[in-house]
Design a binder for this molecule. Structure first.
Ligand code: SF4
Length: 339
């Protein structure tokens, strides 16, 4: 980003502060709007630094206008997507991608089906957020929450995810507190321990989706074979004891796969007496995927069993379903390198 240019040009600290304020907070749309700098300095900057690492392709608005799914292209031709969700309570949450595609290949996930292109750089992650900041700032709003739940597994691109969190948290840059950042992972246990041991303290969401090893291996074979459920739950125990913080367990209900009463009973046993919240997500059908959504009645029955057994539960309202921006629906229209 700016660092190399600042060093080469021997920029004083106050010039960098001016840049950060206009670039991240005021969310300018081009370096021409960097009016706190002289024209000559702006021209030099334009010659040496890309304003954005991503090319904007298209914004898709949901019918209620609250959700925007945006398609971008990287400089080397890969498509990625990110989503802005605007809530009634004033939160403006951005779901970012950390990869183009994903190598993990979970069977219920549209991103997994498209295969893996490459990890995104921290700048490519930040530029997704800045795109939405530029939409919000003219309306006197700003991005308030970040969820690493878009394309890709954050723990497999940990260096760039950490660098992007540093910029998100930096009060001189995006200034979004760590409590407003959520990392969602399928459970790469060693990377998770390393990440939390370094002192990062975002909210943690674990994509569980099955109450036992056998079923988890069936629907999430890569991660389940590499880090079995028992290992994942041992990590959860360590996390609860170390941080005294709750983990959200994401559970996509898939018709006649993981939505039966016996699955709810087994899940309640697995999470009994843990600092746990189960986030029930109705499966979002996609033409690439073979599964179907559970009926509302089945969802209610599942939740009731969990609640009766003392497990805290929420049902996630999937915003942006009509534009393919809901959970598990992100995939590129053109997933290959189009260079
Ligand atoms: S659920 Fe996450 S880890 Fe699994 S394929 Fe989709 S993006 Fe990758």
């Amino acid at each position: 980003m700016l660092e190399q240019f600042a060093k080469q040009s021997n920029l004083p600290e106050y010039k960098i502060d001016q840049f950060n304020n206009q670039y991240y907070k005021q969310a300018i749309s081009s370096f021409d709007e960097l009016t706190t700098w002289s024209k000559d300095l702006r021209e030099l900057l334009k010659q040496q630094v890309d304003f954005s690492s991503l090319t904007h392709i298209k914004d898709h608005y949901s019918s209620d206008g609250k959700t925007i799914k945006t398609e971008f292209k990287t400089k080397d031709g890969f498509n990625i997507e990110a989503v802005l969700m605007q809530y009634k309570d004033g939160r403006n949450s951005v779901c970012v991608s950390c990869m183009s595609g994903c190598p993990v290949g979970c069977s219920f996930c549209a991103t997994g089906i498209m295969g893996f292109n490459r990890n995104l750089s921290y700048k490519e992650i930040i530029d997704q957020i800045l795109h939405f900041q530029r939409i919000l700032v003219p309306k006197n709003q700003r991005v308030t929450n970040i969820v690493y739940m878009g394309m890709g597994e954050p723990m497999l691109n940990i260096e760039n995810v950490e660098k992007s969190i540093d910029i998100v948290n930096d009060k001189d840059k995006l200034g979004i507190g760590i409590r407003h950042v959520t990392i969602s992972t399928v459970g790469y246990v060693p990377q998770l321990r390393g990440f939390f041991n370094k002192g990062y303290t975002p909210r943690l969401a674990i994509s569980l989706h099955a109450p036992n090893q056998k079923l988890r291996t069936k629907i999430m074979p890569t991660i389940s074979n590499l880090h079995p459920l028992e290992q994942l739950m041992n990590f959860s125990t360590w996390y609860e004891k170390t941080f005294n913080k709750r983990i959200t367990y994401e559970y996509i209900l898939i018709k006649e796969v993981n939505d039966q009463p016996e699955h709810a009973i087994e899940l309640s046993k697995l999470l009994f007496k843990r600092l746990a919240l189960v986030n029930i997500i109705k499966f979002n059908p996609s033409k690439e995927l073979k599964y179907k959504a559970s009926s509302n009645k089945t969802v209610e029955r599942f939740v009731k069993i969990l609640n009766n057994r003392g497990i805290k539960t929420t049902i996630r309202y999937s915003m942006g379903k009509d534009i393919g921006g809901a959970c598990g629906q992100l995939h590129s229209i053109n997933s290959g390198n189009t260079k």
